[in-house]
Write a new protein. Sequence first.
Length: 293
Amino acid sequence: MSDWIAVDWGTTSLRATRMAGERAVETRRSGDGMGGLARDGFEPALMALVEDWLDGPTEVVACGMVGSRQGWAEAPYATVPCAPPLDRAVAVDTRDPRLRLRIVPGVSQTAPHPDVMRGEEVQIAGILRASPEFDGVACLPGTHTKWAHLSAGEIVSFRTAMTGELFALLGRQSVLRHSLGGEDWDAAAFAEAVSDALSRPERALGRLFELRAADLLLGQPAATARSILSGLLIGAELAATKPWWLGRDVVICGADALARAYETALRAQGLQPRVLPAEATTLAGLTAAKEAS
């Protein structure tokens, strides 16, 4: 059975972890993300994963898009500057009396530009749990990469880049899909593309169709095309977010391969970023949320 259950619920997936105090015992995943569920579908989706973990009332602490307006129940945003709003978790009524569900709110800002995050604030809490005095920037790569300035235990400001979503859309729905198969990687091609896009971001858009032409005319390998596309998009992102990372201490927290790509790109700019594992950091943040409330 479980002391409590940690839940990271995104747009496309659901991850639940049975916890014994601060220790993860077992993790289960499903494709029942927020984007595919009606309001009355969330509890059945969660129960399908965790019902055999329940032996009487069990605390469940959740983060991510489950707390959005289209989620199980809306957890209103906290506004920057603020600490990760772990103590503002919203209690949610459930049909099954064994569930004691609370959802951690996201974070918003209106200036210097409007932006929102849900789920990343818990990763930030995990970073601060490990390094309470951290003063710098958290880079949280994913579908929508976040760059968050952290100081004195607070999120000061942040910027979102849709790099991951653009990569997925171009790779699955554009003409480039014919030239980007497989999972292999060309590190040299990636590094060159990052450098080119960072130094001349206005050229990145024009280089995209070259990937298709190079395949048709020169037989360019799919691994090279994938790596160049990733490099162009990440390089353009770094150009757009330079005020967040230039000259600052940076912590990267994301899925391993993606985090390493960002690490490589930043190291080429003279930075020495630290890389933290995404799942462990999220669980640390959810543990802090459980303790806070």
